[in-house]
Design a protein around this ligand. Sequence first.
Ligand code: FPP
Length: 238
Amino acid sequence: MALADTQTVPVPKHIAIIMDGNGRWAKKRGLPRTAGHAAGAETFRRIANYCRRLGVRYLTVYAFSTENWKRSSEEVAGIMKLLRRYLEEALTDMDKNRVCFRFFGDLSRLSPELQALCREAERESTDYDVQVNFCLNYGGRDEILRAAKLYAADLAAGKADPNLTEEGFSRYLYSAGIPDPELIIRPSGEMRTSNFLLWQSAYSEYVFMDVLWPDFREQDLDRAIAEYTRRNRRFGGT
Ligand code: FPP
């Protein structure tokens, strides 16, 4: 029985996922990499919907990193097209899906159309059951550097407290106001953090799984949550 049908286990409030393995999934089938991303986008739809059923409040996904621009222009365009299509659909079905959106990353490098869609999605979707945070042109170091610059500017303008605390600094991150993820999942067998949520992951539980992202199903999320629940979370205490 799926976890969403039993609800015996408390689910994390915030789950983050590195959606990895799309390229390998496509290669195994002799398909272009963009077909892997299209299958990955379908998986994202399923998993976002399942998170809503489970009562997960925040789902943060790594959709495009600051390093992903190094890929072929065809692959980059393919991913951008999938994002555009998804956001257009999401804007139409907002009330049905009950998902709201935030975007982490420097959107200024995206096409003006995609930037406008992101802003519209943020504006139109307030206060729904699940909040999806799309990391787009995102890098953890880039986010921390940006926050430091914003803080320095506020300090110089006399608008910030010179006694900077962790909590105060967090307010300059893209994730301002959102609790840190309790669980970070990386499918595809890779065991790296790849510049994802560097600040926010200080106490997150990582679950690495062998399944490729396009093959990732509701049961895999159940397995990751079960693993998270088994671990004894001590936050550096005893
Ligand atoms: C990593 O797999 C995946 C990406 C860089 C892109 C993720 C994008 C999507 C899932 C589509 C975005 C759209 C929506 C609607 C979420 P990889 O290509 O690095 O895989 P590989 O390591 O097997 O080559």
